[in-house]
Design a protein around this ligand. Structure first.
Ligand code: UDX
Ligand code: UDX
Length: 461
């Protein structure tokens, strides 16, 4: 089967390459000539484990190509996937302009029985609206539009496609559903459930899935706040509840607040959809505020130990919104850097993959480092923001010797508390009380409740 992916971003590129690995012939088309020429020259513009190799293999096998010539690619395609961006508008609702533009672009060239498949995350009713846009150009001809939301996590996107928990396809006519079922036959034959619904249900499934997953994260982050002040350990609580099969262990890792190109924008769009259909999503509205407040709260924790704030130095380890990606979209590290810079704090930063993307945003306002140890040199405080394995293995003797200050903020709970306090550092983690440096007699003071942090700054010699 011949497929076209309109939009060669994180979603389109991974989806197209995976379909090629299933035996399809795929053209990835993008507006960006730079992106397409990079791909044609073997340079993959995003970091996704395993993707560059799979692209090379599929291109060499003649089943994957890259083009800016939408007309040529679309005119011979059986399936035309729309995988363009669906960012948030200022009011939080979805911006469908790229989807509508892509629909208008492809309409004149669609083959007789081609099926348009919306892969982008879109609100309920979009597939039907796209169908109307295309019908305007293809007077009288049949137009078939399906919804096929993706459930790809950056960093594990290939496995999330080839070993999916399920495939969801929304179609409003039987022949379209049958055609999509045959396209996904290789996955169905592996035992992956194929869920066939209306287009509206498929569109709602995507948002409800992301909203629920984000809720789980927001919940465990709230539980972490209680643990910090009650002297609990959120990891123990997460384990104790996650072993209940009704809850499940996944997505109960507390952190600095969820980021990425999906949860923040999809929760905002879902809340907007609720308002639009007079079914307000109060839980999700609250979740969005709580997630934003969390990012601000953690920045205040760091500022609280800097005395004076202006000209103090903070090292940020981790810029990507999560490990195993170079994507910094709505990363908690970005909002932390913005807050610190506003307060006149000098910021140094490191990330094994995402530094260049963050540098494009902050330029010379931040000092960028090739390795974590040069980033922490002379820092009054260090904040671990992304769960890269290399931060779990930090040499704490070297780190504490290089730092000027004594405060280590581990917002991903990567480190072993006693190792940190044993190196004379204050250990600020998530969901556990603040731990004071281990004294000479080997004891480590534990703050009963989180003390006014300015008090600590004053007391630290
Ligand atoms: C994004 C969102 O993250 C995801 O939730 C949504 O489902 C799809 O859009 P992503 O792949 O991350 O997915 O988007 P992005 O990396 O921005 O890639 C979109 C690509 O589409 C860009 O390369 C852009 O140049 C291209 N594009 C956009 C077109 O080719 N044509 C258009 O008309 C608009
Ligand atoms: C998410 C959904 O998981 C995926 O199904 C959908 O298709 C796209 O959006 P992604 O945004 O790539 O995928 O990453 P994910 O692993 O879900 O993490 C999202 C954010 O939540 C990250 O900032 C991550 O650090 C955070 N997170 C995730 C937690 O804080 N705790 C967790 O337990 C899991």
């Amino acid at each position: 089967m011949k497929l076209v992916l309109i939009g060669a971003g994180y979603v389109g590129l991974t989806t197209g390459t995976c379909f090629a690995s299933l035996g399809c012939h795929v053209s990835c088309v993008d507006l960006s000539e730079t992106r397409i020429s990079d791909l044609q020259n073997g340079h993959v513009p995003i970091f996704e484990p395993g993707l560059a190799d799979l692209i090379r293999q599929m291109a060499a096998a003649g089943r994957l190509n890259f083009s800016t010539d939408l007309r040529d690619a679309v005119s011979s395609a059986d399936f035309v996937f729309i995988a363009v961006g669906t960012p948030s508008r200022p009011d939080g609702d979805i911006d469908l302009s790229q989807v509508d533009a892509a629909a208008r672009d492809i309409a004149p060239y669609l083959a007789e029985n081609a099926i348009v498949v919306i892969k982008s995350t879109v609100v309920a009713g979009t597939a039907r609206a796209v169908c109307e846009i295309i019908k305007k150009t293809r007077k009288g001809k049949s137009v078939r539009v399906a919804s096929n939301p993706e459930f790809l996590r950056e960093g594990s996107a290939i496995a999330d496609f080839l070993e999916a928990d399920r495939v969801v396809v929304g179609a409003d006519d039987h022949s379209t559903a049958v055609a999509l079922r045959s396209l996904y036959r290789p996955l169905i034959d592996k035992g992956i459930p194929f869920i066939s619904t209306s287009t509206t249900d498929a569109e709602l499934i995507k948002y409800a899935a992301n909203a629920f997953l984000a809720l789980k994260i927001g919940f465990i982050n709230d539980v972490a706040n209680i643990c910090e002040n009650a002297g609990g350990d959120v990891s123990a609580v997460a384990r104790g509840i996650g072993t209940d099969r009704r809850i499940g262990e996944n997505f109960l890792q507390p952190g600095p607040g969820f980021g990425g190109s999906c949860f923040p924008k999809d929760t905002r769009a879902f809340a907007a959809t609720g308002r639009r259909y007079k079914a307000p999503q109060g839980l999700i509205e609250q979740l969005i505020s709580a997630n934003d407040e969390r990012k601000a709260m953690l920045a205040e924790r760091i500022l609280g130990v800097l005395e004076p704030r202006r000209c103090s130095r903070v090292a940020i380890l981790g810029l990507a919104f999560k490990a195993s990606t170079d994507d910094v979209r709505e990363s908690a590290a970005l909002s932390l850097i913005e807050t610190l810079l506003k307060e006149g704090v000098e910021v140094g930063a490191h990330d094994p993959q995402a530094r260049r993307k963050a540098q494009d945003l902050f330029g010379a306002d931040v000092t960028w480092h090739e390795d974590p140890y040069s980033a922490v040199r002379g820092a009054d405080a260090v904040a671990i923001m992304t769960e890269w394995e290399e931060y779990r293995d930090l040499d704490l003797t070297r780190l504490s010797d290089l730092m000027a200050g004594k405060h280590l903020f581990d917002f991903r709970n990567l480190l072993v508390a006693k190792d940190v306090t044993g190196h004379g550092l204050f250990y600020h983690s998530i969901g556990r009380p603040l731990l004071w440096p281990r004294t000479l007699n080997g004891t480590s003071g534990m703050a009963e409740a989180r003390p006014a942090l300015s008090g600590i700054a004053a007391s630290v010699v």
